[in-house]
Ligand binder design. Structure first.
Ligand code: ADE
Length: 231
């Protein structure tokens, strides 16, 4: 898989890919991540990428031309399955969208800034608009890092233990059950005995019950959705 991220602030996207699971995925060539500095496509001495909005109002708008230039350049080089724009008015990102995107070959993620991007780019080039939640960030970069992380960890071979992505929270509309490690007792706080029993059927049942309990308590919306879809 290849992910191209277009941003006016490339430095913001350095560290998320420079450590841990994402770095390993890139080093082992399971995914390629290319960060493109939009200013390289800006015009004039100041490499301008934004301008005042028509009709007046506070806040600059990202211009068509630099974005069109980089998107068409990339699309001339290879076929893209999705050209995503990160925006608070996009579709709210969830695990199902991460699963779908992890099956794609090539995607572009465009990070918005300032007041937004010229609407004509959204109409002509963008195939999906994604929000990471109902709050406004300063730009799309953190959102791009969030969705890239959620996608990349699902690519086969990225996680050492292939089953661990499947047992994540949300994978079956359930939150993950509690986990414990050594010591089995600390300051009198004990690990649930079933986890030390060696009885894997009982352990699976315990985990399922705990996951259901957590989901009902913390995310009744998810629990009700699951109950409806299980019918
Ligand atoms: N840009 C600004 N806020 C955002 C959000 N909530 N999700 C995605 N991109 C954004």
């Amino acid at each position: 898989m290849r992910i191209d991220i277009i941003t006016a602030l490339p430095k913001l996207l350095e560290s998320p890919f420079a450590d841990s699971i994402l770095k390993r995925a890139i080093d082992s060539k399971l995914v390629k991540v290319h960060i493109h500095d939009l200013r390289d496509y800006g015009s004039g001495k100041h490499r301008q990428i934004d301008d005042y909005q028509f009709g007046g109002g506070a806040g600059m708008v990202m211009m068509i031309e630099p974005i069109e230039t980089i998107i068409t350049k990339l699309c001339d080089e290879r076929k893209y399955d999705d050209v995503i724009f990160m925006t608070p008015d996009g579709k709210r990102f969830d695990q199902g969208m991460a699963n779908t995107l992890s099956l794609k070959q090539n995607i572009i993620i465009l990070c918005g800034h300032y007041k937004g991007i010229d609407q004509r780019i959204r109409e002509q080039y963008i195939t999906s608009e994604i929000s990471i939640g109902d709050y406004v960030l300063s730009g799309g970069e953190l959102g791009a890092a969030v969705i890239s992380d959620a996608i990349i960890r699902l690519i086969p071979g990225v996680l050492n233990d292939e089953t661990s992505a499947l047992s994540d929270s949300f994978q079956d509309d359930l939150l993950a059950p509690p986990v414990y490690t050594r010591p089995a007792e600390y300051k009198g706080w004990k690990v649930p005995p079933v986890l030390l029993s060696g009885n894997f059927k009982a352990i699976d049942e315990w985990r399922q019950t705990e996951a259901e309990k957590r989901t009902k308590e913390r995310r009744p919306d998810l629990w009700n959705k699951k109950a409806t879809s299980d019918q």
